[in-house]
Design a protein around this ligand. Structure first.
Ligand SMILES: *Cc1c(COP(=O)(O)O)cnc(C)c1O
Length: 462
């Protein structure tokens, strides 16, 4: 009780020289809030009988205030080290942009631009024109449109083409993508009526044929992005759907999800459909994300026949789903890299990380181990172990990418303490725990991240 009495008052603390300095560094209300927070925790400690006289000396109090201020000043949306090995990690921002786009993005972000200005005529232009030609060139589409994300792309397509009418979808493709995007729900939102056909594991062309009536607005195919049906299965191909669509005069739309433009089979032995293949097979429209396998910014791209795309450009909903200039700049820059596939592999981080081989990752890991051993006290032990990384982002769900992991052990911190401590650093490090070890996957940790890992580990173990 005596100690509670001796907890200083706000004014007294503010008058201390240390605090006076903080008042010149931070806005007064921010310092005041930190002081109150520290006093609150001192009172709570006193009541719990955990307060020590030393906690009340001015230096200890001002150190506490400084910690509060540092925590309050940290940005909410900030950089982290991705040690999970999940390359397209939706919670950690999916794809990182190609570093070579930095200047181009800065020009657009910090200045005026041609966003909706036509330099030829000196009159109003359209923001959608900047990437349309590139998308057409890369995918073979006649026309294209970019919206906020792929969920928005699907919603716009359904609203514009199928409101009040039926959309035929295989029961095996009524999928849920992370973040509560569910095909039946989006369908409802777009005002379309779901006409399910086939079964979970097998759907045949005749199932679609039997379902087509004069109420049918579209045949929709949805890529099973984040799962696989194996065993006794049958799926109707885009070419088969296109033939049916043509026969009955019904448009065929494919939600391909990942936005893949590259032949993975040839590179990694993995199979993932490409946008251009589905368009060539006769799909009228294909929709896909900009920040999954494409490796660009969050965006939804609609590509296909001009007769299907052009009416979407005039739809009311588009105004609510429109992309901003930074997205367009990042997308234009990313797509340009695809004009030469070798450049895409080399410069787009998502592609580069997915293609890293076990041998390359081992070398990277050995370098990291040497570096960490030099930088960290002997109580921290780091070791390389083999493991598996994931693609993430609802793409290539079966792909298992062999990788090397850094197992970090400390004689005085448990794996859980390491995990939690590193997560709370100024540059948070996101790793995982498996079989009692704290693990960082070398695939997704950049060379420039090691300084943050070292700083974080030092802070956690002291
Ligand atoms: C990821 C995905 C979506 C949602 O895309 P967002 O860009 O996250 O909105 C929709 N459909 C499929 C098949 C997907 O894989």
């Amino acid at each position: 009780m005596d100690l509670i009495q001796s907890i200083p008052k706000v004014d007294k603390i503010l008058a201390e020289p240390d605090c006076q300095q903080l008042l010149t560094d931070y806005p007064r209300p921010v310092v005041l809030a930190a002081v109150r927070q520290v006093l609150e925790s001192l009172r709570a400690a006193a009541i719990a009988g955990r307060l020590d006289a030393a906690d009340l000396n001015p230096a200890a109090i001002s150190a506490g205030i400084e910690r509060c201020l540092a925590a309050a000043e940290a940005l909410s949306l900030r950089r982290v080290v991705n040690g999970t090995g999940v390359v397209i990690h939706t919670n950690l921002g999916r794809s990182s942009l190609a570093p070579c786009l930095r200047d181009q993005l800065a020009d657009i972000a910090f200045g005026y631009s041609t966003l909706e200005y036509d330099l030829e005529t000196g009159e109003r232009g359209t923001r959608y024109a900047h990437v349309e030609q590139l998308i057409c060139q890369l995918t073979g589409a006649e026309a294209a449109l970019v919206v906020n994300n792929n969920a928005a792309a699907v919603l716009l397509v359904l609203s514009a083409m199928a409101a009040g009418r039926e959309v035929v979808v295989s029961r095996g493709e009524l999928v849920e993508i992370g973040g509560a995007f569910r095909i039946p729900d989006v369908m409802k939102q777009g005002g379309a009526l779901l006409r399910e056909v086939g079964t979970t594991n097998r759907t045949h062309p005749r199932d679609y044929r039997d379902a087509i009536t004069d109420q049918t607005a579209m045949l929709l195919k949805v890529h099973c992005s984040n799962f696989a049906v194996i065993g006794f299965t049958a799926e109707v191909t885009v070419a088969e759907l296109a033939a049916l669509g043509k026969e009955f005069g019904v448009p065929v739309v494919v939600d391909i999800g990942s936005g893949n433009l590259i032949d993975w089979q040839g590179v990694t032995g993995m199979n993932e459909p490409r946008v251009q293949d589905y368009l060539a097979a006769g799909a009228d429209l294909v929709t896909f994300s900009g920040d999954k396998l494409l490796g660009g910014p969050q965006a939804g791209i609609i590509a296909g026949r001009a007769v299907a795309v052009n009416p979407l450009k005039k739809h009311q909903l588009l105004r609510a789903l429109r992309v901003d200039k930074l997205t367009l700049a990042a997308l234009e820059g990313t797509l340009r890299l695809y004009r030469d596939e070798r450049q895409a592999w080399a410069k787009i981080p998502t592609l580069r990380l997915l293609r890293l081989t076990e041998a390359e990752l081992k070398i990277k890991g050995q370098r990291a181990v040497r570096h960490l051993r030099r930088q960290l006290p002997a109580t921290v032990v780091v070791e390389l172990i083999s493991g598996v990384s994931q693609v993430g982002g609802g793409a290539l769900p079966l792909a298992e990418l062999p990788t090397w992991l850094l197992a970090v052990r400390s004689s005085d911190r448990s794996a859980r303490e390491l995990e939690e401590g590193l997560r709370h650093q100024p540059v948070p490090v996101i790793g995982r725990i498996a079989r009692g070890d704290y693990l960082l996957d070398l695939r997704t940790v950049a060379d420039s991240d090691w300084a943050a890992v070292v700083d974080g580990l030092r802070a956690v173990i002291t």
